[in-house]
Design a protein around this ligand. Sequence first.
Ligand code: DGY
Length: 319
Amino acid sequence: MSKVVVTGRVPEAALEKLRTEHDVDAWTGPGSISREELLRRVAGADAVVSLLTERIDAELLDAAGEQLKVVANVAVGYDNIDVPACTERGIIAANTPGVLTEATADIAFGLILMATRRLGEGERLIRSGQAWKWGMFFLLGSSLQGKTLGIVGMGGIGQATARRAKAFGMEIVYQSRSEIDPAIAAELGARRVELDELLAVSDVVSLHCPYGPNTHHLIGAEQLTAMKDTAYLVNTARGPIIDEAALATALRDGVIAGAGLDVFEHEPTVHPGLLELENVALVPHLGSATVETRTAMAMLAADNTLAVLRGEQPPTPIG
Ligand code: DGY
């Protein structure tokens, strides 16, 4: 039996699956595991099942030891893992693409609606106890029908968001490293453009690219200024893709109309400038937060782990 360390709480079904073949040491709280405790626990592990809140770097891999064979992230994003450090040590890294696509697109579209239709503002108003009454000009938002959605990063989640936008009567442009399948582009009526054009023509910009050195602060003051002053920015990918201080300033000064954020640059801290504004919808990294999706993610991470420990190719390796 091999030793599998699970760095945080995951659905029981995944732990049961791992336990059928291995010794499982799973953190059960309270709260998140401390770095010190994690470094202690991984010593001697053959596999680490990690959450995005834990940094899997050279220090941790070395603390685990030479027998470590696999790091299975329970997330599609893997900016918490030093993949080159894994590769150098012959450790396979895996993530969970596919299973959280629809849930994350739901939240992206939810944020688009929250921002453009001022749902958060309305909710806060009612809860504040202030008097209100239907009025011709009361809390007017912006319609989506006939507007353009610009998708940055047209992988599975970007495409799933585009499908939802099409159902709402939106036009779609996208920026991506490569063209998507022409049949899917035709079905969505999606046109590939450069980022500059996307920012200039879009009424809503939704971010779905991975985070890394190439996308750090991809959207900063210059890009926000390039957007329409009536446009909205939505981020369900990773916080540091946006320069959050620049966004707070742009929202305050009316450079863009509004934003919807599920992820934050220094998560879980939110830039204080954003907290003061009405024109930004803020939700706490809920993209994949459904019972079904989190179970599927944990089961896929378990499958990745079991495959590597059996000497097989994991279903969803990184790279
Ligand atoms: C992911 O899988 O990368 C998501 O951010 C988790 O919600």
